[in-house]
Ligand binder design. Structure first.
Ligand code: ZN
Length: 248
């Protein structure tokens, strides 16, 4: 559906990304803000009068901006603290990080060779941006390297408990979800899970695989999750405490 942009809000940068924000109106009951990629869409219902939608839009914008600026991206990007000769431990594999600053046309460039990660960031970036860019790139490179072991893990859990036909498994540095399962059973897992306790990735994998049987969060769905992870409620609560806004 084509959306008419009725207002634009200031763009800002967070987590090594430039976010833009637009406001649109719809028949929905509630006003909400959503982020997809680097675009924040704020949707205001038609019934809200012309003289009050602006303050509602500004409010949602401020909330979303604060969330993005303080979200786990910020946490993980600073927690990873990509420095030259640092080591990243991911699911039992240690990656050696080599960084350097160069004159680059792009903000950053890099590659991974076995367990060695090479990252170049542009000299001209502000210091804080350098960190964020390097961390974002490191996460992407590690995600690529971990695709196979993660696929093996999903395949194993699936064979054991679900026996569904899976189209594929992707790791992606997503903004608002821990994972997803498409109607054709293509599974996406948030790259952040690679850097967290293993129980979280296990839970998200089981959650998404359970969606291959139930495309909702019905009682039957949760019963299935419970059969595989009896203490899933605790894991889910801990996962939620990492960031309130993430969904599975
Ligand atoms: Zn779900």
């Amino acid at each position: 559906m084509l959306k008419v942009v009725i207002m634009e809000l200031p763009s800002f940068s967070a987590n090594g990304r430039e976010y833009i924000a637009i406001v649109t109106r719809s028949r929905n009951k509630n006003a909400y803000a959503r982020v997809h990629g680097n675009i924040i869409t704020i949707t205001i219902p038609y019934y809200i009068s012309n003289n009050s939608y602006e303050s509602i839009a500004n409010d949602l914008y401020a909330k979303m901006r604060r969330m993005l600026e303080t979200s786990w991206h910020a946490d993980i990007l600073s927690a990873l603290s990509i420095k030259n000769n640092s080591v990243l431990n991911v699911m039992g594999t240690a990656f050696n990080v080599h960084t350097s600053e160069k004159e680059l046309k792009a903000a950053s460039s890099g590659k991974i060779a076995g367990r060695e990660i090479y990252i170049n960031v542009s000299k001209s970036l502000p210091e804080q941006e350098k960190q964020a860019k390097a961390a974002r790139l490191a996460i992407r490179l590690v995600s690529k390297a971990m695709e196979k072991p993660v696929l093996e893990k999903v395949t194993e859990i699936n064979a054991r408990y679900f026996q569904s036909s899976i189209k594929g498994v992707r790791l992606r540095l997503a903004d608002t979800v821990w994972g997803s399962c498409s109607p054709s059973n293509s599974i996406m897992l948030n790259s952040k899970l690679l850097f967290m306790e293993e129980k979280f990735m296990d839970y998200v994998i089981v959650h998404e695989l359970a969606h291959t049987k139930h495309r909702n969060h019905s009682k039957a769905f949760w019963k299935l999750v419970y059969k595989v992870i009896p203490d899933y409620k605790d894991v889910r609560r801990d996962l939620r405490s990492q960031n309130f806004s993430f969904k599975t």
